[in-house]
Design a protein around this ligand. Structure first.
Ligand code: FAD
Length: 444
């Protein structure tokens, strides 16, 4: 990762001629001053946009608030003995995911994720008939939500659920709401849910998905530790603590949580339509407790995904033996996960340990070697996990996608109508915003 320095005041497009291994070759980031495009945020969307703008031969500044790139897709190689993805880990819909086409260039090991999941009922695995009942309930519920989304009025997903789910109701609610989207079904727009693209047939990266994204962004010059504090989209200027950039076009990829927090001032104020859209797209909550065990004490296979038949909101998911290691990732999400995370690391680890012990026996307690937890809701430049439209927010993403005065474009996972909440969606939205900008200002 190139770091900003005044001596490196070179045109970002200077070295585009050579054919690179990972995409365009970049010059250094301009320290301040005039660029064609200012890109705020160096997560997946910002990286994708920067690569595209560079390929179009235009000068850009990639401006990042934090001290690293990757945003919500980051692999932690320090906390445990193996790499652990703190955020995105699944490359969903591998056949259509735009990142999939680039994985070969990174030299990392990407492999198909196993299909399906295991279901625990107390200390035993669900029998075949029980699993079928659960899957049938899941399928009927999805179909009912999609059906409800055909109506004129947007409603909460919870209102569309079949009434006869019986004792599978809590599990279905957990899997379709907190597990999939980080919010409870009562807080998710049925229309947004229905637009969400199928996430089946995924892939994993053995070294971590964050490591893969870091490779894709590794050559791009970026100005780190420079939060954008004011965006003047009438005149084309981005103010940061390290200087002001004047730009013909501005792409903003900060999360909905950051946009809603007011940390970035817009001048003039954003139009009501965009403000309403930001208000309707709430951040979901998804936090991870990573456990390094002494061995495969749970008796599960590589990359086994496990749910429990739950009776209440205190539930979680487990990804076991991640990429064949002794890493076990317990995800807590939705309102329960948010409240638990607010209680701190100890409470999170205690919950994960007890939850695993309830499902697999107490041996797990003595097998834990190291632990690590995430706190995405408290990350100042993220403030949550992924965007989800609240009921009535069915048009919010469309509004966010409208450029303002052909000067300001929003990109990022929230600005994708079908792949929202995903890494692939963020990447594609960054590319699309860059394409729209290049169409406006032209290529070189
Ligand atoms: C726990 C968790 C698990 C997930 N699991 C998956 C998964 O398995 N598969 C999947 O596809 N997706 C998953 N996601 C979602 C996925 O991580 C995101 O959709 C994607 O990474 C978002 O990318 P982005 O570029 O839109 O935003 P971000 O990654 O948030 O990037 C935005 C960047 O902007 C920076 N920024 C913010 N404000 C400013 C500012 N004022 N000035 C400058 N920079 C700023 C931030 O620091 C950040 O680097 C998960 C997310 C979480 C939290």
């Amino acid at each position: 990762m190139s770091k900003f320095s005044r001596r490196s005041f070179l045109a970002a497009s200077a070295a585009l001629a050579a054919a690179p291994a990972l995409g365009p070759v970049f010059g250094a980031v301009p320290a301040f001053g005039d660029v064609d495009v200012a890109i705020v945020g160096a997560g997946a969307a910002g990286i994708a946009a920067a690569r595209r703008i560079a390929a179009g031969g235009r000068r850009f500044a990639l401006i990042e608030a934090g001290e690293r790139i990757g945003g919500r897709c980051i692999t932690d190689t320090a906390s445990l003995s193996m790499p652990f993805d703190r955020g995105a880990h699944w490359l969903y819909a591998r056949d259509s995911n735009p990142i999939m086409q680039l994985t070969a260039q990174t030299g990392l090991d990407v492999y198909p994720a196993p299909r399906g999941q295991k279901l625990r009922i107390g200390r035993r695995n669900a029998r075949e008939g029980e699993l079928e009942d659960f899957l049938a309930g899941l399928f009927r519920s999805k179909r009912a939500i999609v059906e409800a989304a055909r109506g004129k009025t947007d409603i909460a997903c919870s209102r569309a659920l079949p009434k006869d789910l019986g004792d599978w109701q809590r599990t279905v609610e957990f899997v379709l709401g907190p597990y999939a989207y980080g919010r409870n079904l009562s807080e998710i727009s049925a229309m947004d849910f229905a637009h969400s693209a199928e996430r089946d047939l995924s892939a994993f990266c053995r070294q971590g998905l964050g490591a893969l994204l870091a490779k894709l962004g590794g050559d791009i010059p970026v100005l780190l530790g420079a939060p954008a504090t004011r965006i003047d989209w009438a005149n084309g200027a981005v103010e940061t603590a390290k200087g002001i950039f004047r730009a013909r076009a501005i792409i903003v990829t900060a999360s909905i949580g950051v946009l809603d927090s007011g940390k970035i001032k817009f001048s003039p104020d954003l139009p009501k339509r965009q403000l309403d859209a930001i208000g309707k797209l709430k951040m979901g909550s998804c936090e991870r407790i990573a456990l390094e065990l002494a061995g495969n004490t749970l008796g599960l296979a590589r990359d086994d995904l496990v749910f429990e038949k739950s009776e209440g909101a205190r539930s979680a998911s487990l990804l076991a033996n991640v990429s064949g290691t002794n890493l076990f990732m317990v995800d807590v999400a939705g309102n329960f996960g948010r409240d638990l995370a607010a209680q701190g690391d100890k409470a999170m680890t205690a919950f994960a340990t007890d939850w695993l012990a309830d499902l697999f026996g107490n041996d797990v307690k003595t097998a834990i070697k190291k632990t690590a937890v995430t706190r995405w809701n408290a990350e100042p430049w993220t403030l949550g996990a992924m965007s989800v439209a609240a009921p009535g927010g069915e048009n919010a993403r469309k509004a966010l996608l409208e450029p303002l005065r052909d000067r300001l474009w929003f990109a990022g996972e929230a600005a994708h109508e079908t792949m929202w909440g995903t890494l692939g969606g963020a990447w594609e939205s960054g590319e699309r915003a860059a394409d729209a900008v290049l169409k406006k200002i032209g290529r070189r």
